[in-house]
Design a protein around this ligand. Structure first.
Ligand code: SF4
Length: 434
């Protein structure tokens, strides 16, 4: 059977220059490669990342699988309708289809809800027997030991970077997070030796993203992984949670293992919002200490913030900007709080009549899709635009990269932080009014 797997993307550009940029500088995806790895070997597979490769394929296809997050769902439906018109059955999965399976079903023959690896082989078997079901629901978390090495080799335009996910699940259950709904709150680690083998398989990639929001929750696991990574001499970027990063031994090991950048989800500098919406027991006073420690070990920090929490008043923007400078962040992203369907935040706003639109394309972290509590929509939009423009002013950007050069004196750090600042500068310049 010929199976086509597509990752739909809101921002799709398929020109040659775009494909080159994608190869050089793109946050790698994992979803298609993971599903490909779970596909029985007797089938022929084609993978398309819609971001830079056209998803409208003319060849003979027996079954199409499409994955989408909320802002790319309308695009996924358009692609699904195209294949169904051609007579090819379509399966929809991913974050949005898992959140709103009935909506997705209107454009698909079958919908996969939750983690797909365990369900996919059975779905294919049912399809071959002509007994495909309308819905497949993952009722228990995937056993991390059973996760196979993703098939990166099947991507038509493989980027220079690659992604590896050592664990799944996150216990925090932040009110705005979609990940915990797909992967669950049960934090599960893959065996270190399997992760190491997967990283070894990426020997031709110059940089690895450890795609794992909760990697440092279990400090012992993170330390074992970093120890095992030291001989691989890879450069990598990792996501970290704050309390664990106060551990100097963990930071030292991560540095030895090749960590260049820690991505930290600060979310907000308001302690009340941190407790209520991000479910965190620590306070913002810890941030500065964590940042100092990371810099002490010659690594850099990419921080992310969201604006629009119910406690946020118009002064939050300047206060956050000042905090980003005080923490010495080497790059940052400033997002509009977005209540994705399925999250606690969406249900709260929906119950309060504060959801302004269900045009999913606007759920892209750049549009205000709900009524903020302590500021107007314009104040929220203008505030985040100003913060972004100030943080990414040419002078501040050059200062940050120069700082990285003087402090780390490492080519890898300068290159990666230079690229991150350039990408984020472009991202924030593209902010568009509602
Ligand atoms: S800490 Fe990150 S991954 Fe975990 S629930 Fe919060 S936003 Fe999601």
């Amino acid at each position: 059977m010929n199976i086509l797997l597509i990752n739909s993307n809101l921002h799709h550009k398929h020109g040659l220059i775009d494909q080159l940029l994608y190869k050089l500088n793109s946050n790698p995806i994992l979803v298609l490669q993971q599903i490909a790895a779970a596909t029985p070997k007797n089938h022929s597979l084609k993978l398309i990342d819609d971001k830079y490769d056209s998803p409208f394929y003319d060849g003979k296809i027996d079954l199409v699988g499409i994955s989408a997050v909320t802002p790319s769902a309308p695009r996924a439906y358009k692609i699904a309708d195209y294949y169904r018109r051609k007579g090819a059955p379509v399966v929809l999965g991913g974050m949005h289809a898992s959140a709103l399976p009935e909506e997705a079903k209107q454009h698909a023959d079958s919908v996969v809800i939750g983690e797909a690896e365990m369900l996919w082989p059975q779905l294919i078997k049912d399809f071959e027997l002509g007994k495909i079901k309308p819905f497949y629901r993952c009722d228990k978390p995937v056993d991390p030991k059973s996760i196979k090495c993703p098939r990166h080799d099947l991507l038509r335009i493989p980027p220079l970077f690659t992604a590896v996910a050592p664990s799944r699940g996150c216990p925090y259950n932040c009110s705005f997070c979609t990940l915990t709904h797909l992967h669950g709150q049960n934090y599960r680690q893959r065996p270190v030796e399997k992760v190491i083998q997967e990283i070894k398989n990426t020997s031709r990639k110059i940089l690895v993203f450890l795609h794992d929001s909760a990697l440092t929750i279990d400090k012992n696991y993170a330390k074992s992984l970093f120890k095992a990574m030291i001989p691989l001499r890879k450069k990598f970027i990792a996501y970290g949670t704050l309390p664990s990063l106060l551990d100097d031994e963990l930071l030292k090991l991560s540095n030895k293992a090749g960590c260049v950048v820690w991505c930290l989800g600060f979310e907000t500098i308001c302690n009340d919002s941190l407790k209520k919406d991000a479910n965190k027991a620590y306070s913002i006073e810890k941030y500065e200490s964590v940042c100092r420690r990371i810099h002490k070990f010659d690594m850099n920090i990419f921080g992310s913030f969201a604006f629009g929490f119910d406690n946020d008043e118009p002064n939050i923007f300047e206060d956050t900007l000042q905090a980003a400078y005080d923490f010495g962040l080497d790059a940052a992203e400033f997002n509009i709080l977005t209540p994705f369907p399925i999250t606690r935040l969406f249900h709260k706003f929906n119950n309060e009549g504060r959801i302004l639109t269900k045009d999913w394309e606007k759920y892209d972290l750049r549009h205000v899709v709900f009524q903020p509590k302590k500021m107007t929509i314009k104040e929220l939009y203008d505030g985040i635009t100003n913060v972004s423009l100030k943080f990414y002013s040419p002078l501040k950007t050059i200062q940050r990269i120069t700082n990285v050069a003087f402090k780390t004196r490492k080519f890898s750090n300068i290159l990666i932080m230079g690229a991150m600042n350039t990408v984020m500068l472009r991202f924030h310049r593209e902010f568009s009014p509602n």
